[in-house]
Design a binder for this molecule. Structure first.
Ligand code: AMP
Ligand code: MG
Length: 372
């Protein structure tokens, strides 16, 4: 049988076409997969209450079934279907966060309700739930009339998609429908906060900032930067895998307390690699693009300026894909401060590099890191 190609349906985010949205909502309800834009990245959606439809997500992505999915809702009333509790029945801290950050890029891990099949949560008794801000995402969920389970719409382990074209490149021969609603604004995934433990635990930094969450709760939140899930620990913190978001090219991330020094080191590394004839690409701060070119980089993905982390997050994954498209063999990048969105940017870069960074502060460690 010839392979089916996904149909790309353009929908204007400012004025979602209700006829198209209704058809795609009906497709979800009938068990089909639909890729759709959210403000974080593009998601691959299925009816979260339909075990077969959810299983098809794992097949299309080649995602291990130990990695749970986030369930997306259109309004607060759907929270009780997903968690088995109304907002009023959940702890007061949940209401504080929901009021402050929903709709938006914050996923809360809450108790799982009976309507959500095992396959969604990898058998966990908890479920990750989010009310996205993107008008197309919300209109689609509302039209389907059921919560939508959706991971990022990429092949497992690959860079998350921030445009419909990225989704098509990864999954175009495996799914029927892709909504094109333009580029995702935030550009990296939602923040994930486990609300079933005390104090709440940040499982993944993302679009909503740790500092904002702590201010809203009036208490500190637990977070361990660069935690990795081993097979044994999957039940506690699934999905925090190393080697995630990975480009095809080798990614070298320079790190150190002196941020400017990490970028200087990146420039000299580009020069050293280019002299050896390597095709080098750079995730570059705008101010350094000229220097990277002079050093011999053949492709530059501009991230904006280092103090505008929103622009860095917005362009990070698209930049990795653009550099792969330019067929570079190595991608070079410097460091970002672990504050604000910088925390999420560091997390994605670290995982995209397979958990290896090159320390600019301590040369001895850098040689080890390189060999690891
Ligand atoms: P994504 O692939 O971006 O959709 O991310 C889904 C991630 O959310 C998983 O890889 C987990 O890290 C996290 N997650 C989802 N559900 C849960 C849960 N019930 N408990 C802990 N983490 C979860
Ligand atoms: Mg993902």
């Amino acid at each position: 049988m010839p392979k089916q190609q996904a149909v790309i349906i353009p929908i204007d985010a400012a004025h979602p076409d209700q006829t198209r949205i209704s058809k795609l909502g009906a497709a979800i309800l009938a068990g089909a997969l639909v890729a759709f834009p959210t403000e974080t990245v593009y998601g691959l959606g299925a009816d979260a209450t339909n075990a077969d439809a959810v299983a098809a997500i794992f097949t299309a992505k080649e995602r291990p079934n130990t990695d749970p999915l986030i369930v997306h809702i259109a309004d607060i009333s759907q929270l009780s279907l997903v968690t088995g509790h109304t907002l009023a029945e959940l702890p007061e801290n949940v209401a504080k966060l929901v009021t402050r950050f929903w709709p938006g890029p914050l996923t809360l891990v809450l108790p799982r309700g009976p309507a959500i099949p095992n396959g969604v949560t990898a058998g966990l008794t908890t479920v990750g739930v989010r009310l996205p801000a993107h008008p197309i995402a919300r209109a689609l969920i509302a039209a389907a009339g059921v919560p939508i389970a959706a991971p990022s719409a990429n092949r497992f382990g690959h860079t998350s998609p921030t445009t419909a074209a990225h989704v098509f490149a990864d999954l175009g021969d495996r799914i029927p429908w892709i909504i094109d609603g333009g580029p995702s604004q935030v550009g990296i995934e939602s923040t994930i906060l486990d609300m079933t433990v005390t104090p709440p635990r940040l499982l993944r930094p993302g679009g909503v900032l740790l500092e904002e969450i702590e201010a809203a709760l009036g208490m500190p939140v637990a977070y361990q930067e660069r935690s990795v899930t081993s097979a044994a620990a999957t039940a506690q913190a699934p999905g925090l895998l190393l080697s995630h978001y990975a480009p095809r090219a080798r990614l070298l991330v320079f790190e150190g307390a002196d941020i400017a020094a990490t970028w200087e080191r990146a420039v000299s590394e580009v020069a050293a690699l280019a002299v050896r004839g390597e095709r080098v690409g750079v995730l570059s701060l705008d101010t350094l693009a000229g220097r990277f070119r002079t050093a011999g980089a053949i492709a530059i993905a501009p991230l904006g300026t280092g103090d505008n982390t929103a622009s860095v997050a917005h362009q990070l994954f698209a930049g990795l894909r653009a550099l792969d498209d330019a067929e570079v063999s190595t991608i070079v990048c410097g460091a970002f401060d672990p504050m604000g969105l910088g925390l999420a940017i560091r997390d994605r870069l670290w995982r995209a590099a397979g958990g290896v960074v090159i320390s600019v502060d301590a040369p001895a460690a850098s040689d080890e890191a390189r060999e690891a």
